[in-house]
Design a protein around this ligand. Structure first.
Ligand code: NAP
Length: 245
């Protein structure tokens, strides 16, 4: 039986786990970081918490006799992706990265791409007065010094200090609908959207609403995946590479 370890925390990771759990020739384990108190659990075996760096992950791959490692983490989860590449190389474990494609602008979009949360925070006051911030609670401290702008920050878990002075927190987990997003923009009088280029359908409606309203979007570009790692963009492609499709 082939043991496949999925580094997860994403919709695609859960979808892949569901497909692999149905394969009699596969043992699938999903790994979650443990950031969310009540995570949506994937099918198959699940382990929670860090491995202790690349060396810890490499030890886990050896002990658990992992046949193939799949990095299905979020495109912005840079540390674990780097660790996956290092651990796979050290243990000669085949590694596949599953990364949903970036969002692509269409006519009417007013996107302002930036390379970091810090760059987004610096540009923010020049683009709006009431910003919907969907970059996640972990990077919130980057916005702590923003002044003159009311931030409406949406995250699954409450953000921790340091926090911006003018802040409303919306505790919500996607997927989000177009009508729901229209209501958020209306209710909070949003005139600017700040988001990471996460890609995927679950959180894309906010971009459509910004387009409808002609509002600017501060879009944080995603980091490059580690060099030399094979990347697939959806679950069926991943199953094809695994020889299971
Ligand atoms: P990160 O900065 O890349 O990783 C920090 C540390 O967290 C890693 O060194 C590792 O600890 C541990 N870790 C991360 N993902 C793990 C996993 N799937 N299983 C076991 N340990 C993991 O990660 P992050 O950006 O904080 O993201 C954490 C998790 O949330 C990921 O699973 C990711 O898919 C998900 N997520 C992230 C974002 C985002 O915007 N970053 C958005 C949605 C979901 P050790 O070194 O001890 O192994």
């Amino acid at each position: 039986m082939k043991h496949i370890l999925i580094l997860g925390g994403t919709t695609e990771g859960r979808q892949l786990a569901a497909a692999l759990a149905a394969e009699p020739s596969v043992r699938v384990t999903s790994s979650l970081a443990g950031r969310v108190a009540e995570p949506r659990l994937p099918a198959g075996e699940v382990r929670v918490g860090g491995f202790g760096g690349a060396a810890g992950l490499a030890a886990w791959l050896r002990e658990q006799q992992v046949h193939t490692l799949i990095d299905a983490t979020h495109p912005f989860a840079q540390v674990i992706s780097r660790n996956a590449a290092e651990a796979a190389a050290a243990t000669h474990t085949p590694l596949l990265a599953l990364r949903r494609p970036s969002w692509v602008p269409v006519e009417g979009d007013r996107w302002h791409p930036v390379d970091s949360l810090a760059a987004a925070a610096a540009l923010l006051p020049s683009l709006g007065r009431r910003a919907l911030l969907t970059t996640g609670r972990l990077g919130m401290s980057e916005f702590a010094q923003v002044s003159g702008v009311h931030l409406v920050a949406r995250s699954v878990e409450p953000p921790e200090p340091p926090l911006p002075a003018e802040l409303t927190v919306l505790l919500e987990r996607g997927p989000f609908t177009l009508d729901g997003e229209r209501a958020v923009f209306r209710e909070h009088r949003i005139d600017l959207l700040v988001t990471k280029d996460s890609g995927g359908a679950a959180t894309a409606p906010k971009l459509a609403v910004a387009r409808e309203l002609g509002l600017p979007v501060l879009l944080v570009r995603r980091p490059e995946p580690p060099a030399g790692v094979q990347v697939v963009t959806d679950v069926s492609e991943a199953l094809g590479e695994l020889g299971l499709w």
